[in-house]
Design a protein around this ligand. Sequence first.
Ligand code: ATP
Ligand code: MG
Length: 420
Amino acid sequence: MDILVVGNGGREHAICVALKKSDKCGKLYCAKGNAGIGEIATLVDIDPCDIEGICDFVDKNKNIALTVVAPDDPLALGLVDELQKRGHRAFGPNKAAAIIEASKAFSKDMMKKYGIPTAKYETFDSYENALDYAKGQKYPLVVKADGLALGKGVIICQSYAEAQKALDDMFNVGVFGKAGSKVVIEEFLTGKEVSVLSFCDSKTIYPMVPSCDHKRANDNDEGLNTGGMGTIAPSPFYTKEIAKEVEEKIMLPTVRAMNDLGRPFKGVLYFGLIVTDDGVKVIEYNARFGDPETQVVLPLLKSDLVEIFEAVIDERLSDIKIEWSDKSAVCVMLASGGYPEKYEKGKEIKIGTLPENVTLYHSGTKTADGKLVTNGGRVIGVTAVCDSLKEAKALSYKAIENIGFDKMHFRHDIGDKFIK
Ligand SMILES: Nc1ncnc2c1ncn2[C@@H]1O[C@H](COP(=O)(O)OP(=O)(O)OP(=O)(O)O)[C@@H](O)[C@H]1O
Ligand SMILES: [Mg+2]
C-alpha cells in the first residue's frame, strides 16, 4: 500500500525509515519532508497544517491507503477527522482526543478528576487573578500557556517577579497568541524525567522503550531550552517496578478517562513523567511521537510499524505482539549556530563516510542547487545503535567527526548522566 507521512522533521524521517522496512509499504510520500526524507520518499509540497490541501492530495492519489499524521498542530486542527470524513484511513488521534496535548488545562482537569498523579495546579483566564495567586506561592513556580506553543510555553519562575513577567507576556503582550490566553500555574516538582511513548487504540496500550531528552542548548544542562539536543533509550533508571506503577496508576487510568470523557484516544500517546520521592507523576501528555525521542525509540523497534499503525486504527492492538531490540540508542542533534535563538540557514552540509549502525535523521535540511544545505535550527540527528549506551554514545560522536557545516554546534555530553 502507498503511505503518506505528514510532517517535516527528524521524527518524520525516523517514521519514514521504519515504515520503509515493512513489506507492506509501497510508495512512500511525505508532506513536506526534507532532504533526508526525500532520499526514501516522494516529497509533496503541501504544508502539514493545510488540511484541505492534504486531504485533496489523498483524494487524488487513490493508492494511498494510510496517512500518518505526526505533528501536534495538524492533529489539533482535526486533520485525522477530515481524512476520515472523506473515507481515508489515518493514523493519529482525532481532534477530540488530541486535546490531551492541545490544552494543558484540559489534561490537568482530567488528571484531577480521575486521580492520575500530577503536580498541584490552578487554571486562570485573567492576568489579575493569576498574579494574585502567584503572590502567595512557593518558588520555583511553573507557569504554562494552555495551548500549543512550539515547546516554548512553559516558564519555570524562580521568583514572584519572574512569574509576573511570564504572566504579563502571556496575557497582556500575547507572546503565544491564543495559546496563552488561558494559563496553568503549577507546583514545581523535583525528580528524574523520562518520556514513555505508547501505542494506544483506546482499548489496549503498549508502552515503547523509555527515553530521555536533553532540552538545554549547552553541556551540563546549561543555556536556553530547545526542542531537544539529544536523546537516549532505554532510560536505565526506568525499572520494571517503575514501569508497573506507571502502567497501573497512569497509563490505564488515562485510557479509561479519555473513554469516559467520550474522547477515545487512538494513536501515539506520549507520557512526560517525573519520578519524585512521592511516586511517578505526569508532567505532560503529547498526542504524538516526540522529536527527538522518536529518533532513538523507533530504531529499537523490531516489529512492523505498518502493522502496528493498522492494528491501532482497527482497535486490535491486543491481537499483535510488539517486539523491541535490547540494544541502546543515542541521538545527538547537530544544530545551527545561534539556535535556539537567531540562526542562519543555507549552509552547505558535508558528510563523509559514516560508521556502520549509524543513521542520520534529518530535521532541517533541504537540497539547493544540488547541494545539501541547512534549513532549520535543528539540522540533523545522529543516531547510533549499540549493545550499550556507552558504546552508542561513542559511536555517535565518532560519526559526527565526519559531518560538518559552518557554525555547527552540538552538545558533547548526551547520555553522560545515564552512563556514569
Ligand atoms: N511541574 C513541573 N515541575 C518541574 N518541572 C516542570 C514542571 N512542568 C514542566 N516542567 C519542565 O518543563 C518542561 C516542559 O514542560 P511541558 O512538558 O509541560 O511543556 P511542553 O511545552 O508541552 O513540552 P514539549 O515541547 O516537550 O511537548 C518539562 O520537560 C520539565 O522539564
Ligand atoms: Mg507538550
